[in-house]
Design a protein around this ligand. Structure first.
Ligand code: ARG
Length: 580
């Protein structure tokens, strides 16, 4: 009996392994899953057409050889139409799959691929001396989900928080700190807000006159020259900012492997200037060092500035140095940037430059991918703001989510004691904010709506968390643990059992879709549909029936649904509850 984690991939592999078939034909065959659990071999028609062969005869020949190879255990097959092969999973196949994949560990092992490489996920990456706002939620939440996804795939994942802790803004900040005698060792309770305000006043001063601007530039130059006092101020600003970021990450259960930030690369940019100039990529233009890409319609004339006219490094040069470091020191074979879509040009120029530069130098080129995302909108369709029109601070947003969840939990389960309701509310509230973001196609803007994200109906965290808690309660009431009393189970029979089993098995193909373009919302959709299939099953099929073999297989469906839901939600970065 053949049990494949993803039958679509398994079938393709089976066909490709039949050496009696022509090699270029084997590479043409693709397996599609038009309906859940059923698969179709495509690619036969175009292959036959190109060679003026009879597609149906080719399909018959292929199927005979695949059957001979003995890889199709439990999968029925038939020739259809002009030359497709349709594969149908039998109830036995479904049953055996579920017997086999009986835990989160085994589901995860099914997804892992050997030698998957080392990936750096660059995400969250806020700027210091600024509050994290609602815009940062997307990078943070999507980035963490992607890091978890890639770990499932068997990659070594390095989470890198590339904070913006270097640049011209520090001239203004340092000037304002000095001008006001601001005591960085004893900041107020809302320290980051105070820094943000100091920056605002520094900026206003900078704009006020040429003399003011010159003074501020002087502070920046002193910082760049490692003047002791300015370095001390900068260091404190960074510490204060990191502490405030860490409170949010702690709450969301996010742990970075590295927080080097832009400043770490400030002395590593010389090599970039040198190498890019040597290989003729970078040229001087009005005192600045820039890269053009003649083959590109915009970047032929729109420069990628790697060193500013005043000699200072910038976002581009530190990003170039960062790639080199990640390849040489961290062994990255892939780098993923989870950054909003407004920075698409920057990344396109960065990647083009690196491709040419690495090729010229003979360095191993990592895969580079900008995982972009849209804007968070308010219910009025405009960028999400507070009632007063200010930016929404992330920490206040998380507090509000938990408060609202607390009210909801208290209303639904007034019998639970206060402490338990509080801890449930923390999981539901944070989960709701994360899930609302993840369940949207990341490329689109999405509308932030408390009512929708906290609803117990629809594709929401409360709905899914509730589905998980309900399955736990089935086991609690039966006095069993998930996975217990499954021995002697009979093969599925009722239509709802079969629909649910097929849906469970669709986890593999769904995950492949999620991996292929790093779109967590596809996993959300799948989990939502799975919960729906479970509800239909549970309302039509009594689990604790007298007949032992039937009870055992239904208990098995409950525990597998639980394992898949929990595995999926944990990959998305949500905590789950056994009671709600
Ligand atoms: N700090 C930047 C911002 O807030 C994002 C940095 C993204 N990462 C990178 N390597 N460029 O816009």
């Amino acid at each position: 009996m053949q049990i494949w984690f993803n039958p679509a991939a398994g079938l393709e592999a089976a066909i490709k392994s039949v050496s009696a078939l022509e090699e270029d034909f084997r590479s043409d065959v693709r397996i599609a899953d038009p309906r859940f659990g059923d698969f179709q071999a495509n690619g036969i028609l175009p292959y036959a057409k190109a060679r003026k062969a009879n597609p149906r005869a080719l399909a018959v020949e292929t199927l005979a050889k695949v059957q001979e190879s003995g890889t199709l255990g439990g999968i029925q097959s038939e020739i259809a139409g002009p030359g497709f092969i349709n594969f149908t999973l039998s109830a036995e196949y479904l049953f055996n799959w579920l017997v086999n994949f009986d835990s989160s560990e085994k589901l995860s092992a099914g997804m892992a691929k050997e030698g998957a490489g080392t990936v750096v996920v660059d995400f969250s990456s806020p700027n210091t001396a600024k509050e994290m706002h609602v815009g940062h939620i997307r990078s943070t939440v999507i980035g963490e989900a992607i890091a978890r996804l890639l770990a499932q795939k068997g990659m070594k994942v390095i989470r890198d928080n590339h904070i913006g802790d270097w640049g011209t803004q520090f001239g203004m900040l340092i000037w304002a700190v000095k001008n006001e005698g601001y005591d960085l060792d004893h900041p107020g309770a809302d320290a980051v807000q105070e820094l943000q305000d100091l920056y605002g006043r520094g900026y206003a001063h900078y704009k006020s006159s040429d003399e003011a601007a010159a003074l501020i530039r002087e502070e920046l130059v002193k910082l760049q020259d490692a003047d002791a006092e300015n370095m001390r101020i900068w260091t404190r600003i960074t510490e204060i900012s990191k502490q405030s970021f860490d409170r949010i990450y702690g709450r969301l259960g996010i742990d970075f492997d590295l927080t080097l930030g832009e400043s770490f690369y400030r002395d590593r940019v010389e090599r970039i200037y040198k190498e890019l100039s040597e290989c003729g990529l970078a040229v001087e233009s009005d005192g600045a060092l820039v890269v053009f890409h003649p083959e590109h319609k915009r970047f032929a004339t729109q420069p990628f500035i790697v060193r500013k006219a005043d000699g200072a490094s910038n976002y581009a040069s530190t990003d170039l140095a960062t790639i080199l470091y990640r390849v040489e020191e961290l062994g990255a074979t892939e780098i993923i940037y989870v950054v909003d879509s407004r920075q698409s040009d920057h990344f396109e120029q960065l990647f083009l430059t690196v491709e040419k530069w690495f090729a010229a130098k003979g360095y191993a080129l990592p895969k580079l991918k900008h995982v972009s995302f849209g804007t968070v909108l308010g219910e009025n369709g405009k960028p999400f703001k507070t009632k007063e029109g200010g930016t929404v601070k992330l920490r206040e947003l998380l507090d509000e989510a938990v408060e609202r969840s607390y009210a909801m939990v208290s209303e639904k389960s007034p019998d639970l004691d206060e402490a338990e309701r509080r801890s449930i509310a923390e999981v539901v509230g944070l989960g709701s904010v994360r899930y609302a973001d993840l369940s949207q196609n990341r490329s689109s803007d999405y509308v932030f709506s408390w009512d929708k994200m906290l609803s117990l109906e629809g594709n929401t965290a409360p709905y899914l968390l509730y589905a998980v808690a309900r399955i736990h309660s089935i086991f609690r009431k039966a006095n069993l643990k998930p996975g217990q009393n499954e021995a002697g189970a009979s093969v599925f029979e009722s239509p709802e059992e079969l629909v649910l089993a097929r849906k469970l098995l669709a986890f593999g193909p769904s995950m492949d879709g999620v991996f292929s373009d790093l779109r967590p919302h596809l996993l959300c959709n799948y989990l939502y549909e799975l919960s729906g299939a479970f509800s239909s099953f549970y309302s039509a099929n009594r689990v604790m029936v007298d007949e032992e073999t039937v009870r055992a297989r239904r208990l098995m469906l409950c525990s597998r649904t639980l394992a898949v839901l929990e595995t999926g939600l944990h990959i998305l970065g949500l905590k789950t509850l056994s009671r709600m």
